[in-house]
Design a protein. Structure first.
Length: 385
């Protein structure tokens, strides 16, 4: 087994794809192999696209069957799988393989990794995996990397200095994007625990008043509302303006039924929403995906509604990047949002079990902000941070 870990943009993916292809084509003929990614989309984007470039550069022909999800290279067949859920392991049962390549393996369910390894029963088979570091309690760290000598695993650690195509300016930009735990993982490539404050970069420098975000500036922006739904938990609306460079959280609605000792119906919340929005309709309302009934009410009142992307850790990482680059600002009057962002912490007990998630206390404005950033910010904007 070969496992490559380390920092982002370090070249480990290209190196592992090239190594896997070279080894499999040189060693076997007429055999089956597994190529897997975090999802079908991530597999096509992060593995297949560079794989085609490598094969063309070497003058090696291939046949890609999109409908059946396999690639034929020479006499070998490479079967393609997404590994997004625990059920993903079911699709590779019964397959006999001579090797496997897993991209972003730390994001796979453990059941898929174990099933994939079990499928590689041809003599001389090898497992190739790459990943960015996660928690030191992650099963890939504790069960494989920490036991590399015992299990005859080659561990390759990459840093950005290993990628000779990166200029010093690009390296500096990536280093500026992250701080704290994210810096140690994404830049230094260390397996460190997610503990303490999540947004330790949030400070008074990210707050603003009307003299900074003027009416004329506001008029030139696109307007969105991000919503975290609650009945017994607080209901939160965030009024967010996007000028194409910076996100401005200009106002908040925060209703805590427990504190107020009065619950509201969806219709009453919709009345509050209309008063909060005012006469100008937002471009889009990004809604907690669990709020099915409230989405119906909002659509009935003429609002454009979109389900939020609820990928928690990716969303948190994106919000942290925006804060580090000063591309996300919060108005001083948003007291509840400021309070939550300043006290948003990792669940340390979950981290010790190998799980990585925030503590579910006072996180409602944080969730709404994460929904907007993860759902509506285009990839090219993120790449330009």
């Amino acid at each position: 087994m070969l496992i490559a870990d380390g920092s982002i943009r370090s070249g480990k993916t290209i190196s592992m794809i090239d190594g896997f292809l070279t080894w499999s084509l040189h060693t076997f003929q007429g055999k089956a192999f597994i190529i897997s990614g975090r999802s079908a989309g991530a597999l096509k984007r992060n593995v297949l696209r560079p794989m085609w470039q490598i094969l063309r550069a070497k003058g090696i022909g291939y046949y890609y069957n999109r409908s059946e999800n396999y690639v034929e290279i020479g006499s070998n067949t490479y079967y393609l799988f997404g590994a997004s859920t625990e059920a993903s392991q079911d699709v590779i049962q019964g397959l006999t393989a001579a090797g496997a390549y897993a991209d972003e393996a730390a994001l796979f369910p453990q059941s898929f990794i174990e099933q994939m390894i079990g499928r590689c029963s041809v003599p001389g088979a090898r497992i190739w995996m790459n990943c960015n570091p996660e928690s030191p309690y992650h099963f890939l760290k504790t069960d494989y990397l920490d036991r590399a000598k015992e299990k005859h695993i080659v561990h390759l650690h990459f840093t950005m200095d290993d990628n000779l195509s990166l200029s010093p300016a690009v390296k500096e930009r990536y280093e500026r994007l992250y701080s704290g735990m994210w810096y140690r993982r994404m830049i230094l490539g260390e397996w460190v625990l997610a503990e303490g404050l999540i947004y330790d970069m949030f400070s008074d420098e990210l707050l603003f008043d009307e003299d900074v975000f003027t009416q004329s500036h506001q008029a030139s922006c696109r307007r969105y509302i991000a919503l975290d739904y609650g009945t017994t938990n607080p209901m939160v609306f965030l009024d967010i303006y996007d000028d194409g460079t910076t996100l401005w959280v200009a106002n908040e609605y925060y209703y805590d039924s427990r504190k107020e000792r009065r619950q509201k119906t969806d219709e009453l919340y919709a009345d509050d929403f209309e008063r909060f929005v005012g006469g100008k309709y937002p471009d889009m309302v990004v809604v907690d995906p669990s709020a099915a009934s409230f989405k119906v009410v909002l659509r009935g009142r003429g609002y454009r509604v979109k389900d939020a992307d609820n990928n928690v850790n990716d969303g948190i990482r994106l919000v942290a990047m925006l804060m580090s680059c000063r591309k996300l600002r919060v108005h001083r009057r948003c007291e509840n949002t400021r309070r939550e962002l300043s006290n948003y912490v990792w669940d340390e007990k979950a981290a010790q079990r190998g799980e990585e998630k925030p503590l579910k206390i006072n996180d409602h404005a944080c969730d709404a902000l994460r929904y907007f950033c993860k759902t509506l910010l285009p990839k090219w904007r993120i790449q330009q941070l």
